[in-house]
Design a protein around this ligand. Structure first.
Ligand SMILES: Nc1ncnc2c1ncn2[C@@H]1O[C@H](COP(=O)(O)OP(=O)(O)OP(=O)(O)O)[C@@H](O)[C@H]1O
Ligand SMILES: [Mg+2]
Length: 234
């Protein structure tokens, strides 16, 4: 379980989070939703120590980030986007590296087959399309076998078949007991896979239980209303 206690963060005078607390259970998939520039990527970076938090803010399965950084980080996987991949290394290089660093026993060939990546497993990253690189990122998450998966807009650039394939993978990971926080602007997809959705608003998180409601309607109510209020106040 990931526990977040009193998380506050600013980029200079730009307050992004103000005393936010939440937890994500084992086997729970939480969608992370907000308009561009609100703080989704910032939150994911904070949760894995890429941006500073107070010493007592983050606990993952009982381990504090600041007390046992390596042990904390080995339990999670996060790679912001495919720009972070090494252009001159192959897909195989990336997956072998992750398997070794995360001390994982996952069968790389099985992951590559299941994601339909056999045709470009030996190719360098710089020769791949955006959608192929998104598959490489997902394969890295699977190969890490980390308990907690923080995923930033994994559906970007995917064709409809691949979107459905990724959704099936997310649901399977949930069955395995992984804790997942996945940001997305695809509200229909968020509605299909999430147990809860964290909407970011006013420097905090508004958690909504997924009861099968139309998530785009929830989004519009939350943000269009805020936009209208803003328009009225100026
Ligand atoms: N390194 C940085 N230095 C200063 N400000 C930053 C930095 N990174 C992000 N910000 C600011 O923090 C806010 C949140 O940015 P963030 O990237 O977390 O948004 P996001 O919700 O992920 O948006 P998007 O949907 O466009 O990916 C924005 O106002 C952004 O300008
Ligand atoms: Mg972002």
């Amino acid at each position: 379980m990931l526990s977040v206690n009193d998380l506050s963060f600013s980029f200079k005078k730009n307050v992004i989070f103000d005393q936010v607390s939440f937890s994500i259970n084992d086997g729970e998939l939480v969608g992370l939703v907000a308009p561009n520039g609100t703080g989704k990527t910032t939150l994911l970076k904070l949760l894995c120590g890429l941006l500073p938090t107070a010493a007592t803010t983050l606990t993952l399965n009982g381990i504090h980030l600041y007390q046992h950084r390596t042990a904390y980080l080995r339990q999670l996987f996060f790679l912001e986007n495919s720009n972070q991949l090494y252009a001159d290394l192959t897909v195989a290089d990336h997956l072998t590296y992750v398997r070794s660093m995360w001390h994982s026993a996952v069968d790389i060939a099985g992951v590559v087959d299941s994601l339909g990546m056999a045709g470009y497993y030996r190719k360098k990253i710089k020769t791949l399309s955006l959608g192929m690189k998104q598959h490489v990122l997902l394969a890295m998450y699977l190969v890490s076998d980390a308990q907690t998966l923080l995923i930033d807009e994994p559906l970007n650039g995917l064709d409809p078949t691949s979107i459905q394939q990724f959704e099936r993978v997310f649901l399977a990971l949930k069955q395995q007991g992984k804790s997942m926080l996945i940001s997305s602007h695809q509200m229909d997809s968020v509605g299909r896979v999430s147990d809860r959705v964290f909407f970011l608003q006013n420097q905090t998180i508004v958690p909504i239980e997924n009861t099968g409601q139309d998530m785009l309607a929830v989004y519009n109510t939350m943000y269009l209303k805020a936009g209208e209020q803003h328009a009225r106040s100026v």
